[in-house]
Write a protein that binds this ligand. Structure first.
Ligand code: SAM
Length: 286
């Protein structure tokens, strides 16, 4: 898969913007209001992100974030005393994060740049900590990315990632069964639908519905919208396989999320949550 296709998608669909209403212009006022509603929405819906940042020992540490999105977590890392650098595949994310730091007058950051996880523009052993939330499962060459991360991390450093969880209600019930059956029924009954349903049925037309709904295809279009080019889900053993330069320190699941099923009230996040929160450390070289 071409990295350019993935880059075009994120450049034109800045992460999570459609959930709160994207920027309508580039005035300071508009940015301020956007960041406020984006952060409120993010941390109300996914409070485990702040819990995760609180668990990390950030004060005075050199931190690299990969896949910076709207910069909400960048600001939180900086507020907790991390000396922040961040990269993203898209110019749009870089512009938003630099604007955020400027508006909020945050000073404790070093570099925010357009770059790929596959070719990090940093020297070996530059960081104490690398953080990447909801990003690495969108990179087909993830083993190459993890090798780059191992290179820029100090030997005793830590990598914190959120990957989509395979043993989750979202993957096992919503994506694999409910959404596929729903789309098949709409297709067979000739219902056109609206919004994402209409987009899925439009995508399915050139491929044929059965081909479109094969899990090897459907997973990509079922996590971050019907136009997302690439996604993957992870179990504990998949993490071991795709992060050969790391040892796993801890794994836990968070976030009851399985749209369109109303599951957020279920107390089952640790068992069937959608976010696999993984802490890793570079494997000792022998
Ligand atoms: C789902 S968003 C997550 C953004 C942010 N971490 C968050 O939680 O909102 C994925 C982000 O990763 C970036 N991305 C995708 N592939 C990348 C790569 N190879 N290197 C760096 N960033 C990448 C995208 O441009 C996008 O901003």
């Amino acid at each position: 898969m071409l990295e350019n296709e993935i880059k075009d998608f994120w450049q034109t669909h800045p992460c999570g913007a459609e959930l709160v209403g994207d920027l309508t212009d580039e005035t300071i006022d508009e940015y301020e209001h956007f960041f406020e509603r984006y952060d409120r929405y993010r941390y109300t819906k996914e409070p485990h992100i702040l819990d995760q940042l609180d668990r990390m020992d950030l004060k005075g540490k050199r931190v690299l974030e990969i896949g910076i999105g709207q910069g909400a977590d960048a600001e939180q890392i900086e507020l907790r005393g991390g000396i922040y650098s961040g990269v993203d595949l898209t110019d749009e994310a870089v512009k938003r994060v630099k604007t955020r730091f400027a508006i909020k007058a945050r000073k404790s950051w070093e570099r925010v740049e357009q770059a790929s996880a596959l070719d990090l523009p940093f020297d070996d052993s530059s960081f104490d900590l690398v953080y990447s939330f909801g990003v690495l499962h969108h990179i087909p060459e993830i083993r190459h990315a993890q090798a780059e991360i191992a290179r820029v991390l100090r030997a005793e450093g830590r990598l914190y990632v959120m990957l989509y969880a395979k043993r989750s209600l979202n993957y096992m019930l919503s994506i694999s069964i409910a959404r596929r059956l729903g789309l098949l029924a709409m297709y067979l009954l000739g219902i056109k639908g609206e919004g994402i349903y209409a987009a899925h049925l439009g995508n399915a037309r050139p491929l044929g519905i059965m081909q479109y709904l094969r899990m090897s295809n459907f997973i990509h279009v079922s996590t971050d919208g019907p136009h997302n080019p690439y996604s993957k889900v992870y179990s504990h053993s998949d993490v071991e396989r795709d992060f050969p330069d790391f040892e796993i320190v801890s794994v836990r699941k968070e976030f009851m999320h399985a749209p369109p099923l109303p599951v957020s009230w279920l107390p089952l996040a640790r068992l069937l949550g959608w976010h696999l929160m993984v802490e890793l450390t570079p494997r000792k070289k022998t």
